[in-house]
Design a protein around this ligand. Structure first.
Ligand SMILES: *[C@@H]1O[C@H](CO)[C@@H](O)[C@H](O)[C@H]1NC(C)=O
Ligand SMILES: *[C@@H]1O[C@H](CO)[C@@H](O)[C@H](O)[C@H]1NC(C)=O
Ligand SMILES: *[C@@H]1O[C@H](CO)[C@@H](O)[C@H](O)[C@H]1NC(C)=O
Ligand SMILES: *[C@@H]1O[C@H](CO)[C@@H](O)[C@H](O)[C@H]1NC(C)=O
Length: 480
């Protein structure tokens, strides 16, 4: 053997040894630090990065198990193969998979959405999907058209979205007929005579775009309201019922019994936008306390019947509303009409239809369920809005990739599009321009513009640079 060959083979062996050692160490470290137990079948693919980015969509081969990658994630950790009907997808938030050839969908969670941290450059076959189930005030940027245009699919409370979750806070239809916590009217009247106010208000989030506290303060001038939260507080909560800002304790048996004693409950959202309806409305309906609502402008489309709640915007002014509440409070026959939906079949056909056709349901019929129990996925209904949307997207990917991208999908402003918040005037009309919230809403508009510019130019920025960029866009863009 020649010297040089020997030398070469020795070097080669050493190199190999080093590589193998590195591999073992790397594997070991990964096992130790990842804390995850990846599915054996997919392990081989985990770090396979591809160089091919130039294939046109038409040449793409549909992956057997497309990857749906949560980019701004709602989960701390997820990586699993999901069966969605007869299709399969891998749901993960492992960002290392962003260049994997099977990565097909990027999911963005609205409340954690970072406009400066998009997975750019975007490959032509990448589908982007937004999910935002929270209040519009958590992401003003999404109320603006430019922000929505980068997504192919959306799931929000809006009925116009691809996967509407308008009734997410009505976990199961039985709530509407449930009488478990309902108190007979004689008992409610007895409690009234003992000094209980007719109306319950509980809110600990006081400074919100819907300006609800101003309204409550004015209504209090005409009619007693027991307010237990930190906002406009005038009553002390029983120690064992003490709750915090956090909503969880409000979904508690003891609290249900406590709240069901009130004839009326103020049900006011923190943001007023079509189709945005929360548990604030559904809970009193469940408990048999008539909701006095300030909710979605189209709230009547979703109420069990035309006489199941009171909507503050249906009244001439605040005095008119107070008169009506007094009237119901003093007239058992009229009041009872507002609870008749409990004994009748759902009068609202639209509501009935949505409830029957939605493909998710809370297995506990209690609150929305975020946690994911894998065995639930094999049933027809999904245990949460998240798993439902993931499967919706999984099926879409199979459909789109399988048909060579014949159809295109693009989200638009109507999938979200909430108006700028206002303030109540002295008569209780939600009509006054509100500088402060309008400024935030407007800022969202510039954020959206800046994001779209960045997106188009394939710029990835630091957070700080992005906000500088937003300022620049603010200076150079005409407001619309
Ligand atoms: C992809 O296309 C670009 C420009 O069209 C080219 O510069 C690049 O080399 C291509 N990459 C591969 C891997 O073919
Ligand atoms: C309820 O109100 C809506 C809108 O005002 C009306 O179209 C509908 O017919 C009413 N339903 C019943 C059963 O009265
Ligand atoms: C998951 O669901 C199955 C069937 O519904 C149930 O038997 C099991 O206890 C659940 N597991 C957890 C951790 O909730
Ligand atoms: C997804 O959205 C992007 C950006 O609007 C678009 O270029 C692409 O064609 C869309 N894909 C599909 C399959 O609709």
């Amino acid at each position: 053997m020649e010297i040089s060959t020997m030398w070469r083979s020795r070097v080669l062996r050493r190199c190999l040894l080093v590589i193998v050692l590195f591999g073992i160490c790397g594997h070991f470290l990964w096992q130790n630090f990842s804390g995850r137990d990846h599915n054996e079948n997919i392990k081989g693919n985990l770090y396979e990065f591809t160089k091919d980015t130039n294939n046109s969509d038409k040449d793409r081969i549909k992956p057997d198990i497309p990857i749906l990658l949560w980019w701004d994630s709602v989960y701390t950790d997820v990586d699993e193969i999901r069966q969605c009907g007869d299709k399969m997808c891998r749901i993960t938030n492992n960002k290392q998979l962003r260049h994997h050839p099977d990565t097909s969908v990027f999911l963005f969670y609205g409340s954690k959405f970072k406009p400066f941290n998009l997975p750019l450059p975007r490959k032509p076959h990448h589908l982007w999907a937004l999910m935002h189930e929270e209040s519009p005030r958590n992401a003003y940027i999404l109320s603006h058209h430019p922000a929505l245009t980068i997504f192919n699919f959306t799931s929000t409370y809006s009925r116009r979205t691809d996967y509407p979750i308008t009734l997410q806070w009505l976990p199961c239809p039985d709530w509407l007929h449930d009488k478990t916590y309902m108190l007979p009217l004689v008992d409610k009247n007895r409690l009234r005579n003992l000094g209980l106010a007719p109306i319950l208000y509980i809110q600990s989030d006081c400074d919100v775009p819907s300006d609800r506290d101003s309204f409550v303060k004015q209504l209090q001038r005409y009619i007693p309201i027991d307010s237990y939260g930190t906002c406009i507080n005038n009553k002390k909560m029983d120690k064992k019922l003490r709750f915090h800002d956090n909503m969880a304790p409000l979904e508690d048996e003891n609290f249900y019994r406590f709240a069901a004693r009130y004839k009326f409950t103020l049900a006011m959202e923190n943001y007023v936008c079509d189709d945005y309806i929360t548990e604030k409305v559904w809970r009193p309906l469940r408990l048999g306390s008539v909701p006095i609502m300030f909710s979605a402008p189209n709230i009547w489309e979703y109420m069990p019947s035309n006489k199941s709640a009171i909507n503050i915007v249906d009244f001439e002014d605040i005095e008119d509303l107070a008169d009506y509440i007094h009237l119901l409070d003093n007239n058992d026959k009229l009041y009872k009409q507002y609870l008749s939906y409990k004994n009748e079949k759902l009068e609202n056909k639209h509501l009935k239809q949505i409830l029957e056709h939605r493909d998710w349901i809370s297995p506990t019929c209690n609150t929305r369920k975020y946690s994911i129990n894998k065995s639930d996925f094999f049933t027809k209904k999904h245990p949460s809005i998240f798993s439902g949307y993931e499967c919706f997207l999984c099926n879409k990917v199979h459909e789109i990739y399988g048909s060579n991208f014949e159809k295109t999908f693009q989200a638009e402003a109507t999938h979200y599009g909430c108006p700028s918040p206002r303030k109540f005037d002295i008569q209780g009309h939600y009509s006054i321009h509100d500088d402060r919230w309008a400024a935030e809403w407007n800022y969202g508009k510039y954020e959206a513009e800046a994001m779209l510019k960045m997106y188009r130019e394939n710029l990835v920025m630091s957070e700080k640079d992005y906000y500088k960029y937003v300022k620049k866009v603010m200076r150079t863009t005409d407001s619309y």
